[in-house]
Every structure is written in C-alpha cells, then in structure tokens.
Design a protein around this ligand. Structure first.
Ligand SMILES: [Zn+2]
Length: 240
C-alpha cells in the first residue's frame, strides 16, 4: 500500500508541475501577441505622424496661396489709390489696404506657426522611426526567446505526460478514478500531506487518532473536511 501512496503523491506532483507548465504554455501566445502589439503601436504612431506632416504641408500650401492673394490685393489697391477721384474713395482704398495688411500679418503668423509645428513633427517622426527600429530588434530577440521557451515547455509537458501515462498503468483503475474525481472537484489538488496536524488542502486540523492512522501508510485516507487524499510527510514531503 505504501507504494500506491507514493505513486499517488508522484502523480499529484506531476499534475502540479503540468498545471504550471500548461499555464506557461497557454501564456506564450499572449506574450507573442504583446510583442507584436508594441511594434504595431509604434507603426501606428509613425503613420499618425506622417499624416500630420502631410496635413501641415497642405495647410502651408493653402496659406501660401492665401498670402499671395492678399499681397496681390494690396498691390491692386495701392495702384488704385492714385486713381481715387474723391477723398472718400481714397479713404476707402486706404482702409482696404490696411485691412489686407492686417490679414497678411495674420496669415504670415499662421504660416510661421504651421512651419514650426511641421519642423517639430518631422523631428518627432525621425525619433519614432529610430524607436521603431529598436522596438523591432528587441521584439525579434524576445520572440526568439519565447519560441525557445515554448519548445522547452512543450517538451517538458510531453515528458511528464509520458511519465504520467506509465504511472497510471501501475495503479488500479479504481484508484485512478478516485484520484481524478477529487482532482477535478478540488481545483487540481487531490493528494495533500498532513503538516502541523492539519490537512494541507483545506488547513483544517485533523484528529490525533486520524493522524496516527495516516502515519501507518497502510491505506488511503481522506480528509473528512475537504475529501482530499491525505498522506504522511514521510511518503512525500514535497507536496504542499
Ligand atoms: Zn482537507
């Protein structure tokens, strides 16, 4: 019977390890996705920056056209100034010239603003492009690491699954069924040890008599609180 208990403990340890490995394995695609996302985000930032540059250049062109039109008007009104026939007409032309000059200043200020913004955005684009290169290098390195880790984890899972299959063959179908039933209902933990006179599955204190019985290692005992298989530390001290 002691052998059966040892095998059950070994089975539990294998399943604990498999659980950790499975979680790791399931996590790897998400981590790979995360790497791609950092690169994609950087590319998106670059795209937005390039669009902003295009828009600023368009805006600048429009402003240049506007400026030219205002300058033409100023020339036109200035020429007309000398052909004014009345004082009122003269004053009206002066007023118009003044208004166009103000408009010219406004457009020129706006052009300066747009050009400054364009310069900053182009600088930012260069930075982003350099950052993208770094991000891509780091992502490629990490991807290699993750692919290696993935292969290692899968190998470790396969190894343990093979050992598990052999181990199961060495137990009776009934014992395996009990183990699996408890494992499924108790969040993956079917076999626990007694420590400090407590079941290490539910941490309830076990009666002294029961502990003595468990220590005999001569049959399968169940925790009366959580229903898990409880074994002595002597059988396996590595199970929590
Ligand atoms: Zn318990």
């Amino acid at each position: 019977m002691r052998e059966v208990l040892e095998k059950l403990a070994k089975l539990q340890r294998l399943d604990n390890e498999l659980k950790i490995l499975q979680d790791k394995s399931n996590d790897i695609p998400k981590r790979i996705e995360g790497l791609k996302l950092t690169v994609d985000n950087k590319k998106q930032e670059i795209k937005e920056c390039q669009e902003k540059i295009l828009n600023l250049k368009k805006e600048n062109k429009l402003l240049e056209v506007e400026l030219k039109s205002v300058e033409d008007k100023i020339v036109q009104y200035s020429a007309q100034l000398y052909s004014a026939k009345t004082n009122e007409q003269y004053k009206a032309f002066l007023k118009e010239i003044d208004a166009q000059k103000k408009e010219k200043t406004r457009i020129e200020d706006k052009i300066i603003e747009v050009l400054e913004n364009l310069e900053l955005t182009e600088k930012k684009l260069k930075e982003l492009e350099s950052e993208l290169k770094d991000t891509e290098v780091i992502a490629a390195e990490n991807l290699k690491k993750l692919e290696k880790e993935d292969a290692e984890v899968k190998k470790a899972i396969k190894e343990r699954e093979e050992i598990r299959q052999e181990l199961i063959k060495e137990l009776t179908a009934e014992t395996v069924a009990i183990y699996e039933r408890i494992r499924k209902s108790k969040n993956g933990v079917a076999v626990v040890i007694v420590n400090d006179e407590r079941c290490q599955g539910c941490f309830n204190p076990l009666p002294a008599q029961k502990i003595l019985e468990i220590k005999k290692n001569d049959r399968i005992h169940f925790c009366e609180y959580c229903g898990r298989i409880v074994i002595s530390k002597e059988i396996n001290s590595t199970l929590a």
